[in-house]
Design a protein around this ligand. Structure first.
Ligand code: UTP
Length: 224
């Protein structure tokens, strides 16, 4: 059975379009796919994390404290998703090593330590469980030459090399709540592990399924 790690942005789970039927369909999709794949799902913090981080930053909390607050929110989001899935863990692991040891068809977790995003947690977990694929489910249709949520003329890239991403975004973590497409620490691990990685719009469940199952999909393939 192939192993797939999926990193789902909080921006997908907490989007205004994520209504009752979206959650039902997402749960049904993950449950269906878990019969064919061992699934690990890492959940992000989304707008709730960013709101807390922004309040904390205005109160001059340290970056480490802000990251720690962000991590707590990712775990709440992970708990929301895991509570909806019968075949998933109920306790949310706090490290990728702990996640690796969980014997459930679908293992769900959030963040781990300060200094990176949940995409890095997904990349690290993919390395540890020897994943066949790593799927980053975000709130846009893949990687663009600039942020499509801010620039109407952003150009979609069906394919981009890991080196180009590293040249653009570097390898360091900039600040709590950073909203880069894939954070530097995650890119660094992806370059090292060479696990095939797809970036797809997690709100489009048909495309998410295609990316998870290794079919052609509308999104971005990261080439190593
Ligand atoms: P994410 O950045 O992973 O969530 O975590 P997100 O914003 O939902 O992801 P996208 O943008 O939709 O893909 C929220 C914040 O929590 C802290 C960071 O500050 C991050 O910006 N965090 C998260 C950590 O410090 N460590 C972790 O392992 C995870």
């Amino acid at each position: 059975m192939e192993t797939i790690v999926i990193s789902i942005g909080g921006s997908v789970l907490l989007s205004s379009e994520a209504n009752h039927s979206f959650f039902t369909n997402l749960v049904d999709l993950l449950t269906k796919l878990s019969k064919r794949y061992k699934l690990y799902v890492v959940v992000g913090g989304g707008k709730t994390a960013r709101e807390y981080i922004s309040i904390g930053r205005s109160l001059r909390l340290t970056e480490e404290s802000l990251d720690t607050i962000g991590i707590a929110i990712t775990r709440v989001n992970a708990s929301l998703l895991s509570s909806l899935i019968k075949d998933a863990n109920t306790d949310i692991p706090t490290t990728t090593d702990e996640a690796k040891e969980i014997d459930a068809p679908i293992v769900i977790m959030g963040g781990t330590t300060p200094g990176h995003s949940t995409d890095m947690v997904g990349a690290e977990l993919a390395k540890k469980v020897h994943a066949h694929r790593f799927v980053i489910a975000t709130n846009v249709d893949g990687v663009y030459n600039k942020d499509p949520n801010k620039f109407a003329d952003a150009v979609h890239l069906p394919e981009i090399s890991i080196d180009e991403l590293l040249d653009t975004y570097g390898t360091t973590w900039t600040a709590a709540g950073s909203n880069v497409v894939i954070d530097g620490p995650a890119l660094q691990i992806m370059k090292q592990t060479k696990i095939p990685t797809a970036v797809v719009n997690g709100k489009r469940l048909d495309q998410l399924e295609r990316a998870i199952t290794g079919q052609s999909f509308e999104g971005t393939e990261i080439t190593i």
